[in-house]
Design a protein. Structure first.
Length: 170
């Protein structure tokens, strides 16, 4: 999505506030395709600071993500702060401003969202993930593998198990 900043560039205005809903395509991150559930809310202010045009604002988006633990999809809303600079001359930490003063706003928003997303994406704090043995989703079912308990039983001394049986019976 191209956004024209020419009024700011030629200084007919020094400040431009935006508050828009923007349709974005799906983005690629973490070898996954991430889908936007709805248009993003984009708001903030562009200011001409002479050496560059500065933007401060934020974007709110609702994404369809895949849980890193149980691999189920889930929806989550993110509020992402966006602070960027745009300049015609080459400057550090600035996006290049083309001669027609059109910036690719969609790409800038997408880049900010991707760098904001956590590496581990969880459907919930308490997600139990998949069973490492049978692959069952442990949030939905309880399987019989119970790998942790099995390990503990193996470590128990058989004599101790007999003693435990004795106490359990009495
Ligand atoms: Zn999960
Ligand atoms: Zn299992």
């Amino acid at each position: 999505m191209l956004f024209n900043l020419s009024k700011l560039c030629n200084k007919s205005i020094m400040k431009l506030s935006v508050n828009e809903k923007i349709d974005l395509n799906k983005i690629n991150a973490f070898d996954e395709e991430i889908i936007f559930n709805s248009p993003v809310d984009f708001k903030g202010t562009f200011v001409n600071k002479d050496e560059y045009i500065e933007f401060n604002g934020e974007v709110s988006c609702n994404l369809k993500l895949i849980c890193s633990k149980c691999l189920e999809t889930f929806d989550e809303t993110f509020e992402v702060k966006i602070d960027e600079k745009f300049s015609r001359s080459e400057q550090e930490e600035c996006f290049e401003l083309p001669s027609n003063c059109e910036i690719d706003l969609g790409r800038i928003i997408e880049e900010n969202i991707v760098s904001y997303l956590p590496i581990q994406r969880r459907c919930s704090e308490s997600c139990k993930g998949l069973c490492p043995i049978c692959g069952m989703n442990l949030n939905l079912h309880i399987c019989d593998c119970n790998p942790i308990v099995e390990e503990e039983e193996e470590k128990l001394d058989p004599r101790f198990t007999k003693l435990q049986d004795f106490f359990n019976k009495n």
